[in-house]
Design a protein. Sequence first.
Length: 159
Amino acid sequence: MTVREYRASDLPEMLRIWNEVVIEGTAFPQVETLSALTGPAFFAEQTYTAVAEEDGRIYGLYILHPNNIGRCGHICNASYAVSGESRGRHIGEALVLDCLAQAKAHHFRILQFNAVVESNLRARRLYEKLGFVQLGVIPGGFRTDDGQYLNICPYYHTL
């Protein structure tokens, strides 16, 4: 598995994977999917966008961007998406490790996750294994498609 900067030719698979996670409604705050018109601009405006590729096939991706501006502009944020059929193959771990390196290379000092859904145990275990620190719990911070409110757990990692 190779993690590399995305190319325009990757966009159809990136959109498919990203939209799969949005539609699942259990991890991303977004409710709108990306289209062939909106997707390219969305990925291009990130500080860094990467894909996990093996044998010419895209299995996952991440986006990296500032979490805030000005005096807090040294803190970045990222989102990860792995295709449903390839979860459990440590693709997420490869993406997070590359993201940590890219965040540092782009002169960020902290990588912060604002809204990890408490029930996303696989992601939480991975983040903690990689040295992320949980900041607490925000009760009811994530609204599901059926109107439930789930807790979210912010995390950070010093770079």
